[in-house]
Design a protein around this ligand. Structure first.
Ligand code: GLN
Length: 587
């Protein structure tokens, strides 16, 4: 979008990282145009850049086939910053040593022993950083100094004594690294000498232009959900093409929260949508999902079911003639987590990235005006479009709805003792070192600090999440995994629990302190009360990283008491896991 006035000054070399595109965005936010290219782009094509950044990625440098860069890049005079895998690759290429660590380091860490270096100039305040790795640089290459460390990672940053080569093991591009923007700004302005050439606010005009170009004379059939992304994307299409050419359809999948369909009708009335339709599809979605337990299978079925609804609606011919394309509110994290770049791992397949949709993308029949933006940018664009805050500041809600907050199990199993808690016999999705993980959950009998929880996940490879028990009808060792799938009864139970949590957090004002608050139903319980509820309030800005938010004790007690009154609920747990290593949603 937003065509550059000049050549990119900085290029991010993509080694398959989840945050690769985010690095480029953060640099553009500093007012400097940056782009993303494949990690093996020849040095000759990059000679006019002021600086290069090598991104993170899911691979290990010592494995064959892992991403490489043109060695000429490190021999030239260009300034190069390596991030995570990028630090490991820089060390490896220049004669340092990299090995697998004894334990991982995911989420929160503290940077210490910071040495004077251009990268760390004028930092003030906390040195909280965000880590996401297991491999370690064990020895820096000749000519390099160690610049910083953490408790787990002796070489958390390194720099060459004479040449502009430097690297960090942590992620300065994510919002939870407190001084990250300053570090990137030091690299871009002080080390590389870039000049400002980019206005990050100049977005709406080029997006609307792009919509008109992509649509041509075709109309747009738009899937809306009532969520922020599809509302903003739909509004952009309305403005670019006019209300007669944009048809909105909301599919009631039976997987929505309480009161959602009513809300969506009100929203679309407000937006001035003239062509808008609610499709009741609960029966067919639940039929397609009956008995399914695996999270990726659920996601694929739901995505494909949307395609079925879309094809059926179009074939009735009432809405549009054959000259149409499909609009979706896809944002960048949906794409990257679905494995959208050459070397990125699939963390989870978003419903707007299943095979049926890919086919439409390949044949040029999809329009996604927000596909290169993050949630916080989408909200800013929505504000500029004049969409009221009430509609823009809702918590994000996943496209597959409650289906992926309702964990399923087709076997019974006991919990197992695992120091210092209990291993729950269910799995959830996580992201470790830019790779997907699908691991068990450690349950503790109390609620320790999130530092302790982080330490536990880092050293226990068979888990990716830690939850603490708030209150229950039975002790954890008496609980078991129970058989439970996506039945109307379990979905109703989750919908009830979610509505209670929402009401209490709205009343207390806690809702405004968190970015998102998934409520998850897990098939863990006892006879007569087969399920438990997990509370997952987090803080984030862009959804790419997230920090656990602790709730006031009194509110938590009240919530737990009310949740335990819901029929079939055995216990209430609190998720203490940052992202990484746990994703925000559980599946
Ligand atoms: N795979 C490497 C590790 O686990 C790099 C991870 C990353 O770049 N995020 O250390």
């Amino acid at each position: 979008m937003n065509a550059p006035k000049s050549q990119p000054q900085i290029t991010v070399l993509d080694a398959g990282g989840q945050y690769c595109h985010l690095i480029a965005r953060k640099i553009r936010d500093l007012g400097v145009y940056a782009d993303v290219l494949a990690s093996d782009t020849p040095a000759g094509d990059l000679s006019d850049r002021k600086g290069l950044i090598i991104s993170g990625g899911p691979d290990s440098v010592y494995e064959p086939g892992s991403p490489r860069i043109d060695p000429g890049i490190l021999m030239s005079r260009s300034a190069v910053l390596g991030i995570c895998y990028g630090q490991q690759l820089m060390a490896f290429e220049l004669g340092g040593r990299v090995r697998k660590g004894d334990k991982g380091e995911y989420g929160l860490a503290l940077l210490s022993n910071v040495k004077p270096h251009a990268l760390f100039r004028n930092l003030n305040g906390g040195q909280q950083i965000w880590m996401n790795h297991r491999d370690q640089v064990e020895a820096v290459p000749p000519g390099f100094d160690v610049l910083a460390s953490t408790d787990t990672c002796a070489i958390a940053a390194m720099g060459h004594r004479e040449r502009p080569l430097m690297a960090v093991q942590f992620h300065p591009e994510v919002v939870h690294t407190s001084q990250g923007t300053k570090i990137l700004s030091n690299f871009v302005f002080d080390v590389c000498g870039c000049a400002r050439d980019w206005d990050p606010k100049d977005r709406i005009r080029p997006i609307e232009q792009e919509i008109r170009t992509v649509a041509g004379d075709r109309n747009v059939f738009f899937f809306v959900s009532g969520g922020v992304d599809s509302t903003v994307a739909y509004t952009l299409c309305l403005r670019a093409l006019g209300p007669d050419r944009v048809y909105g359809i909301y599919v009631d999948t039976g997987l929505m929260r309480e009161g959602e369909t009513k809300y969506v009708r009100r929203l679309f009335q407000h937006l001035g949508a003239t062509a808008f339709h609610v499709e009741e599809s609960e029966t067919e979605f639940l039929k397609a999902l009956a008995g399914v337990c695996d999270p990726e299978t659920k996601r694929h079925i739901i995505g494909e079911q949307f395609v079925v609804v879309q094809e059926r609606t179009l074939s009735t011919g009432h809405f549009l003639d054959g000259n149409w394309i499909l609009g979706q509110g896809t944002i960048y994290p949906d794409t990257i987590e679905s494995g959208g770049t050459a070397r990125a791992d699939v963390i989870k397949t978003h419903h707007n990235r299943v095979a049926g949709i890919q086919k439409l993308i390949e044949t040029g029949r999809i329009i996604e005006p927000l596909a290169s933006f993050y949630k916080d940018e989408v909200r800013e664009i929505g504000e500029e479009l004049g969409i009221p805050g009430e509609f823009l500041h809702r918590h994000p809600f996943p496209g597959p709805g409650l289906a992926i907050r309702c964990l399923c199990s087709d076997t019974e199993a006991p919990v197992e003792r695992l120091e210092p808690g209990w291993l729950l016999p269910i799995k959830s999705v996580g992201v470790k070192g830019d790779s997907r993980s699908y691991h068990s959950v450690l349950a503790l009998e109390n609620l320790p600090s999130d530092e302790i929880a982080t330490e536990l996940v880092n050293r226990t490879m068979e888990i990716n999440r830690v939850v603490g028990l708030v209150k229950a009808r039975a002790a954890i060792p008496a609980m078991r995994a129970t058989i439970g799938t996506l039945t109307p009864a379990r979905l109703a139970r989750l919908r009830r629990a979610d509505a209670i949590v929402r009401r209490l957090s709205e009343e207390s004002g806690f809702e405004r302190e968190v970015w998102q608050f998934p409520v998850v139903l897990i098939p863990i319980g006892v006879e007569g009360a087969p399920d438990s509820v997990v509370l997952r309030p987090i803080h984030s800005v862009d959804g790419m990283t997230a920090q656990v938010v602790r709730m006031p004790d009194q509110l938590l007690r009240r919530m737990a008491d009310e949740l335990l009154k819901v029929d079939g609920v055995c216990g209430v747990f609190y998720d203490l896991t940052h992202k990484p290593p746990g994703t925000i949603e559980w599946e």
